[in-house]
Design a protein around this ligand. Sequence first.
Ligand SMILES: [Zn+2]
Length: 310
Amino acid sequence: MTPKSALIAAGLFAGLAACTVVPSVEAGAAPDDSQPVAPRTVAAPPAPAPASTPTTPARTDFTYSGELTQGGWIRGQAPSNAVSATLGETPLLLDEEGNFFAAFDRDAGTSELLVATLANGETVTRELTVLPRDWDIERVNVARRAGGASESFMRRRQPELDAIWDARIANSDTNGWKEDFIWPLTGRISGRFGSQRIYRGEPGSYHSGIDIATGGSGNPFVAPASGVVTLAVEDFSLEGNLLIIDHGAGLNSAFLHLSEIAVEEGDRVEQGQLLGRIGSSGRATGPHLHWSLKWHLTRLDPILFTGPMP
Ligand SMILES: [Zn+2]
């Protein structure tokens, strides 16, 4: 049983839409049989029987599959002749065959709209049902720490935030988003995505990634999917040594608190390639890997990409 089917069997994600599979469009496949046949010379050897060209019926609707739940994602194909498509307000990056990736925020509502605009100006709309989740919410009877960073901190922080922003909005030419993600390393999950404290009724910010601890520092971790390194920096004030990998289609990973980074900005990395070693640099209570995934501005739950920790 695959990890993902185990999750489904456990009923955690019961009710997800089933996969919708369509034959992929073969490059150069004739859309019908009415193509003119090239004249043959008499001396030519018998031509091979024409390959049965599978006729690809036009897709009149979206097809997709994935994890239709808060913090989850879908991959799919837009209707034929779509020139653009959106999920809610977010434009989808369609590849040449109309394949796309889209994802649902931790706080997404139960209904989201996929909309394609066709070449003839018509639109195709598909309503998605996004399952809500029970987040790990802890109510504590203490006041939230007074916010407001000092001026000197923000002088240091702002360029860091700018660098992170630039790295996360990069749009690299990579198909990592089409891969089935793997765990960057195995260990104990010491912090789950989406967990949140509420301080005397005032919500703190939720945990934006997943924490993996191995009981020490220095364990190697690998790329969960292929991509391009868009940021590899040391000593950021909160993140410490920080690495960001762009998986394409608006999807990217960040790895925080590293003790060592083994790749450089601009490097192409393959799934499973060594990226560095975990640590406790920056603001961390102990050595662990904080892995966060984002699709544009939407924060996602890594466990919905990998399945349960083996
Ligand atoms: Zn974390």
